[in-house]
Ligand binder design. Structure first.
Ligand SMILES: *[C@@H]1O[C@H](CO)[C@@H](O)[C@H](O)[C@H]1NC(C)=O
Ligand SMILES: *[C@@H]1O[C@H](CO)[C@@H](O)[C@H](O)[C@H]1NC(C)=O
Ligand SMILES: *[C@@H]1O[C@H](CO)[C@@H](O)[C@H](O)[C@H]1NC(C)=O
Ligand SMILES: *[C@@H]1O[C@H](CO)[C@@H](O)[C@H](O)[C@H]1NC(C)=O
Ligand SMILES: *[C@@H]1O[C@H](CO)[C@@H](O)[C@H](O)[C@H]1NC(C)=O
Ligand SMILES: *[C@@H]1O[C@H](CO)[C@@H](O)[C@H](O)[C@H]1NC(C)=O
Ligand SMILES: *[C@@H]1O[C@H](CO)[C@@H](O)[C@H](O)[C@H]1NC(C)=O
Length: 914
C-alpha cells in the first residue's frame, strides 16, 4: 500500500514534468508537403503576377438553377487542365462554388484509386440536399465579366471575372468577399510520378509531391502524388474573423503570417496547449467575419487535412476617420474538391442561423443531459458507482449522470463488462434509475483483435483497410485493434445490433447512454497519433480525403443505434471528434486539458467558438482532466462549468478523487450552491437549446452577437450572455474583484442582490470565493424551477418561478419551452408549449406561441418576482380563463414577490400591476 502510494506520487511528479503537448508528434506547415507548396505558391504568385486560372467563356452555361463552366489551368502555351465549376445561389442568399478536375484523360494504374476527386464531404456536412434559389438575374458575358443579381431588392451581386478567375461578392453595393483576389487558387492536377516535373508550373515547386519526409517510420506513401486544393478569400473591411474550431485560442482569430496557420485535422492532442493554432480533436470549417452592419460566413466543405492562413491587411488611408482592415484568408486542403459556401447578412446571428439551416440544427437533447454529469477515469466497480450516487444525495447535490470510462470493460473490449467489478450491469442501472439517474459508458471505434465484435467486423468487411486492401491494424487502448468503418452504410446495421435491448449489453435499460471517445480516429501507432493517410475507407476513398469526417460518421452510427434501442426517446451521445454536422446528433467536450487556471480561461473561448459554429451543446471537463486542481480552482471551475451547455466533471486516472464532497468546507457548499444554481436554471438552458434546435441560435452568445455595432466588444471572449444573463466567470487565482463590461446603457442587476449597475463600460464587482458574477440585464424574464431535487427528471412536476427584471422603459420579455424532456413527442404530436412572457404597460402577459396539448409535467407558476427601480404598485389583478381576481404580493426594497398566482402556463394569462 505504502509502496503503491509512493509509486503514485513519483508517477505524478513525473507526469507533472511531462505535461505539455509533444510538438514533434504533429506536422508543421513546412513539414506537410501540400501546405508548404501552397504557401510557397502564394508567395511566388504574388511576386510574379502570373494568373494561371481563367474561365473558358464558351463553356459557361446559365441554367435555371446553376451556372456551370470550365476553369482552365494553363500549364503552358499549348496545355491546360480542365476544371469544371458550378456556381449556385442557394436559399437564404447563400452562394456555393464548386471546382472539380476533369481526370478522364489520365491513365490510372492504381486499382484502389477512385477516378474522381473525393466530392462527398457535403453529404455529411449538410442536412440533406441544399435548396437552390432560381431567383436570380444574370448578365451576358462582356469584357471578361458577367454579373449575377439576387436576393430581395437585388441587394446581392456577384461579379465574375473570366480572364483572371475572380469573384467579387457585393452586398448593398459594397464588395464584401473576394475569391482569388491574390491568385492563390490552386488545384494540383493529377500527374504521374514518372513525368511530373514537366507538368509543373514554376511556382508549383516539388516539396514532397510524391514523398513525405516527416518521420521515416511513419512516412506517408502518397501513392497518388499531389492533389491539394487552395483558394484565397478576402473579407473586405472585416478586421475580425472567428470560428474554425477546434483550437485552444482566442475567439477573434489571429494573424498567422509569421506563425503556423490554423490547422484542421482531427487528432488526439493529449495534453494540449493554450494559445495555439495546432489541430485538435474536431474540425468545423466555418469562418464567421463581422463588422458593424455586415456579417459573413465561409464554409469550406472539405474533410481533408486543412490549413487556414489569416492575414490582417491594413488598407487604411492616411487621416481617414476609421481604419480599414481586410482579413485575407488562404484555405489549403490536401485533397478533395473546392466546395465553398458563402453567407452574407446583416448580423452574426443571421450567419450562424443560415449555416444551421444548411448543415442542420442542434439536436434537442433530453433534459437530463443538461444536468450535472459526474465522471472520472475511473469508477472502479458497481459499489463505487452506487456510492458516488448515494453521496450526491447525502450532500444534497443534484446529479443526473454517473460516467464510466475505459476500465469498466473486460480488457478494454467494448460491449463487455469487467468480470467481478460489474457482475450485474442491469441491477446497477436499475439502482441508478431509482433516483432517475443515468449511466454513460465509453464505446470507442477501435476494437481489440480476436474477440467476438472485432471478428465480426472483419468477417463482414466493415473494417478500415490498409493500402494493400487488408484490414488495417494499429495500436490503441486495448493493444492491437481494428477500426469499424462507419463510412460503410453496412456498418450501421451491425452497430445497431450491438446496442439492441436483446444484445446482452445492459439489458433493456433506457437510462444507459454512450460516450464516443478516440474517434479522430486516435491510433497510437499512427503518424500524428491518427490513421495513416493511405488507409482506405468505404468506396476506395483514402482516409486522406475524408479523415475529418470519420468522427462524425462514428457518433452518428451510435446515435442511430440508440434510437432503435430507445424507440421514441432521444439518445444522448458525447463525442470527442466532430465535423460540421455533428451538432445534429452529439454533444462535445474540449478533450483532455489540464487542471490549470489558463485552461479554465481558454475553455470559455473554445465553448463560445463552438456556439458560433452551431455546435452549442459543448463543455469542458470541470476541474481539468490532468493533474490536481487546488480547491479554489476546482470551486471556480464549477462556478464556470455551470454555464457550459454540457456540464460534466471528469478527471484522469492518475489524479486524486475530487467529487464535490472531497475538498470539504467551505468548498463543498460553494460547489453545491453552483450546481443547484444550474439546476434552478435548467428551464432556461432547455429553452435556449430548443431555440437553437429550431432556429440555429446560440446558447451562449459572445458579446458581439448581441451588440454587433459596438466595436469595443469584438474581442471580448471572457464574458458572454445566456439570454439576458451576463456572465463573467472568475478565472484568476485569488481574484478579490473583477471588472465586468456592460456593452450599453441598459440597467443590469446583480443576480444575487439585485444591486443596480448601469452605464456602458467596466464595472467593478467584488468576487469573494462564494461569488459567481452574473448580472441580469433589464428587460429579461427568466423561468426557473427553484426546488432542490436529486435529479432533473424529478423536477418534472415542480412549478415555475418567474423572474422579471425591468429595463429602463419598464419592459421585459422572455420565452419558455416545455415538453416531456425525453421523447420525440414534441415533434410527433405537438406535445409541447413555447410561450412568450411579456411585461409592458405594467401588465405581464403569458401567451402561447407554439405547441398544443400536454407537456407531461407541471405548468404551474408558484412565484413571480419583479425587479426594478421605484416599484410602486399597490394592487395586482390576475386573469385566466376569462376570470379575473385580485392577487397579493410582498414588497421589498427593490423587488416585489407575487406568491402562488395560481396561473397555469398551458393557457394564456396576465397579471396587471396597478
Ligand atoms: C506543356 O505542358 C505539357 C503538360 O505538362 C507538357 O507535356 C509539354 O511538354 C509542355 N510543352 C512545352 C512546350 O513546354
Ligand atoms: C426492445 O427493442 C425492440 C425493438 O426496438 C422493441 O420492440 C421492444 O419493445 C424492446 N423491448 C423492451 C423491453 O424495451
Ligand atoms: C426507471 O424508473 C422509473 C421510475 O421509477 C420507472 O418508471 C421506469 O420504468 C424505470 N425504468 C427502467 C428501465 O427501469
Ligand atoms: C480543458 O478541459 C478543461 C476541463 O478539462 C476545460 O475547462 C478547459 O477549458 C479545457 N481546456 C480547454 C482549453 O478547454
Ligand atoms: C424562430 O425564429 C422565428 C423568426 O424569427 C420566430 O418567430 C420564432 O419565435 C423563433 N422560434 C424559436 C423557438 O426561437
Ligand atoms: C394566446 O395568445 C396567443 C398569442 O397572442 C394567441 O395567438 C392565442 O390565440 C391565444 N390563445 C387563446 C386560447 O386565447
Ligand atoms: C384555466 O384552465 C386550465 C385548464 O383548462 C386550468 O389548468 C387552470 O387551472 C385554469 N386557470 C384558472 C386560474 O382557473
Amino acid at each position: 500500500m505504502k509502496l503503491l502510494q509512493f509509486f503514485c506520487l513519483v508517477s505524478l511528479l513525473i507526469l507533472d514534468v511531462a505535461f505539455g503537448v509533444k510538438h514533434e508528434l504533429f506536422k508543421r506547415c513546412d513539414q506537410s508537403g501540400f501546405c508548404r507548396r501552397n504557401r510557397h505558391y502564394g508567395n511566388e504568385i504574388s511576386k510574379t503576377q502570373n494568373k494561371y486560372y481563367s474561365i473558358n467563356e464558351e463553356s459557361v452555361k446559365f441554367g435555371h438553377s446553376v451556372i456551370t463552366g470550365d476553369i482552365q489551368k494553363s500549364l503552358n502555351q499549348s496545355h491546360s487542365v480542365r476544371l469544371p465549376f458550378t456556381l449556385e445561389i442557394l436559399e437564404n442568399n447563400n452562394i456555393r462554388l464548386q471546382i472539380d478536375e476533369d481526370r478522364s484523360k489520365f491513365e490510372f494504374n492504381h486499382k484502389l484509386l477512385q477516378k474522381e476527386r473525393y466530392n462527398e464531404a457535403w453529404k455529411y456536412a449538410f442536412n440533406g440536399i441544399p435548396k437552390i434559389s432560381k431567383n436570380y438575374k444574370v448578365s451576358d458575358i462582356s469584357n471578361g465579366q458577367f454579373d449575377i443579381l439576387y436576393g430581395k431588392d437585388e441587394q446581392y451581386k456577384l461579379e465574375v471575372y473570366t480572364e483572371h478567375f475572380e469573384i467579387i461578392v457585393k452586398y448593398h453595393n459594397e464588395p464584401q468577399i473576394i475569391f482569388n483576389e491574390r491568385s492563390f487558387l490552386n488545384v494540383e492536377h493529377i500527374r504521374s510520378k514518372d513525368n511530373h516535373e514537366s507538368s509543373l508550373l514554376q511556382e508549383e515547386l516539388n516539396f514532397g509531391s510524391f514523398q513525405d519526409s516527416f518521420k521515416d517510420s511513419k512516412a506517408d506513401t502518397l501513392p497518388f502524388g499531389p492533389e491539394s486544393v487552395a483558394l484565397d478569400v478576402t473579407f473586405q473591411g472585416f478586421k475580425h474573423v472567428y470560428g474554425i474550431p477546434e483550437h485552444a485560442d482566442s475567439l477573434s482569430l489571429r494573424d498567422t503570417t509569421a506563425s503556423e496557420p490554423y490547422r484542421l485535422y482531427n487528432v488526439d492532442i493529449f495534453e494540449y496547449e493554450v494559445d495555439s493554432r495546432l489541430p485538435m480533436y474536431g474540425a468545423i470549417p466555418l469562418l464567421v467575419a463581422h463588422k458593424p452592419g455586415v456579417s459573413a460566413g465561409l464554409f469550406w466543405v472539405n474533410g481533408a487535412d486543412t490549413y487556414v492562413d489569416i492575414k490582417k491587411q491594413d488598407r487604411s488611408v492616411p487621416n481617414a476617420l476609421r481604419e480599414h482592415i481586410d482579413t485575407q484568408t488562404h484555405w489549403i486542403s490536401e485533397s478533395g474538391i473546392i466546395d465553398v459556401v458563402i453567407f452574407i447578412g446583416s448580423s452574426p446571428t443571421e450567419i450562424t442561423s443560415n449555416y444551421a439551416k444548411l448543415s442542420g440544427q442542434t439536436q434537442l437533447p433530453q433534459l437530463f443531459s443538461l444536468g450535472y454529469h459526474q465522471g472520472r477515469w475511473n469508477y472502479n466497480d458497481e459499489e463505487d458507482v452506487l456510492t458516488i450516487s448515494e453521496n450526491m444525495d447525502k450532500y444534497e447535490i443534484p446529479c443526473d449522470v454517473i460516467w464510466l470510462d475505459l476500465e469498466y470493460t473486460d480488457s478494454r473490449r467494448y460491449f463487455t463488462w469487467k468480470k467481478g467489478s460489474f457482475p450485474d450491469p442491469e441491477r446497477m442501472l436499475a439502482k441508478l434509475n431509482e433516483t432517475y439517474r443515468s449511466l454513460v459508458t465509453l464505446i470507442d471505434p477501435h476494437l481489440k483483435l480476436n474477440y467476438e465484435v472485432s471478428d465480426q467486423v472483419s468477417e463482414k468487411n466493415l473494417a478500415f483497410l490498409d493500402k494493400n486492401g487488408k484490414d488495417f491494424h494499429g495500436h490503441c487502448w486495448p493493444g492491437e485493434s481494428l477500426w469499424i468503418d462507419t463510412f460503410n452504410p453496412n456498418s450501421q446495421e451491425f452497430w445497431t445490433t450491438l446496442f439492441a435491448n436483446d444484445s446482452g449489453f445492459a439489458g433493456d435499460a433506457t437510462n444507459l447512454h454512450i460516450w464516443n471517445d478516440m474517434n479522430e480516429p486516435s491510433v497510437f501507432s499512427g503518424p500524428e497519433t491518427t490513421a495513416p493517410k493511405d488507409v482506405i475507407t468505404y468506396g476506395n476513398v483514402e482516409i486522406r480525403s475524408d479523415h475529418n469526417i470519420y468522427g462524425l460518421t462514428y457518433h452518428e452510427a451510435t446515435f442511430e443505434a440508440l434510437k432503435e434501442r430507445y424507440i421514441n426517446k432521444r439518445p444522448f451521445v458525447l463525442t470527442r471528434s466532430f465535423f460540421a454536422g455533428s451538432q445534429r446528433s452529439a454533444a462535445m467536450w474540449t478533450g483532455d486539458n489540464m487542471s490549470k487556471w489558463e485552461y479554465l480561461k481558454v475553455s470559455i473561448q473554445m465553448i463560445l467558438n463552438q456556439n458560433i459554429a452551431n455546435m452549442p451543446f459543448s463543455g469542458a471537463d470541470i476541474g481539468g482532466f490532468f493533474g490536481n486542481p487546488s480547491k479554489e480552482l476546482l470551486t471556480r471551475w464549477y462556478q464556470t462549468g455551470i454555464w457550459y451547455p454540457f456540464f460534466r466533471a471528469h478527471a484522469h486516472i492518475d489524479s486524486r478523487r475530487r467529487e464535490p464532497w472531497v475538498p470539504g468546507e467551505p468548498y463543498t457548499s460553494l460547489i453545491r450552491n453552483a450546481i443547484r444554481l444550474r439546476y434552478r436554471l435548467l428551464p432556461l438552458f432547455y429553452t435556449k437549446l430548443y431555440q437553437s434546435h429550431v432556429n440555429g441560435s446560440l446558447v451562449l452568445d459572445p458579446l458581439f452577437y448581441k451588440f454587433p455595432d459596438n466595436r469595443d466588444v469584438f474581442e471580448i471572449d471572457d464574458q458572454f450572455y445566456i439570454d439576458g444573463l451576463l456572465i463573467k466567470p472568475v478565472t484568476e487565482e485569488g481574484a478579490e474583484s473583477i471588472n465586468i463590461y456592460i456593452p450599453d446603457d441598459e440597467i443590469h442587476y446583480d443576480y444575487d442582490t439585485f444591486q443596480k449597475f448601469q452605464g456602458l463600460g467596466d464595472h467593478r464587482i467584488s468576487t469573494p470565493l462564494e461569488k459567481i458574477p452574473v448580472l441580469i440585464r433589464g428587460g429579461t424574464i427568466l423561468s426557473r424551477k427553484d426546488r432542490y431535487r436529486r435529479s432533473s427528471k424529478l423536477t418534472r412536476y415542480d412549478p415555475y418561478t418567474l423572474v422579471i427584471a425591468l429595463d429602463s422603459n419598464r419592459k421585459a420579455k422572455g420565452n419558455l419551452y416545455i415538453d416531456d424532456g425525453e421523447t420525440y413527442n414534441y415533434k410527433l404530436a405537438d406535445q409541447y408549449l413555447y410561450l412568450e412572457l411579456n411585461f409592458v404597460d405594467n401588465i405581464l402577459n403569458s401567451e402561447i406561441l407554439e405547441g398544443a396539448g400536454s407537456t407531461g409535467g407541471s405548468t404551474k407558476v408558484e412565484k413571480i418576482q419583479i425587479i426594478g427601480d421605484d416599484l410602486s404598485f399597490e394592487e395586482i389583478f390576475i386573469k385566466q380563463n376569462d376570470t379575473e381576481w385580485s392577487g397579493s404580493f410582498e414588497k421589498h426594497d427593490n423587488y416585489y414577490v407575487v406568491k402562488n398566482p395560481n396561473v397555469d402556463l398551458s393557457k394564456n394569462w396576465s397579471v396587471s400591476f396597478r
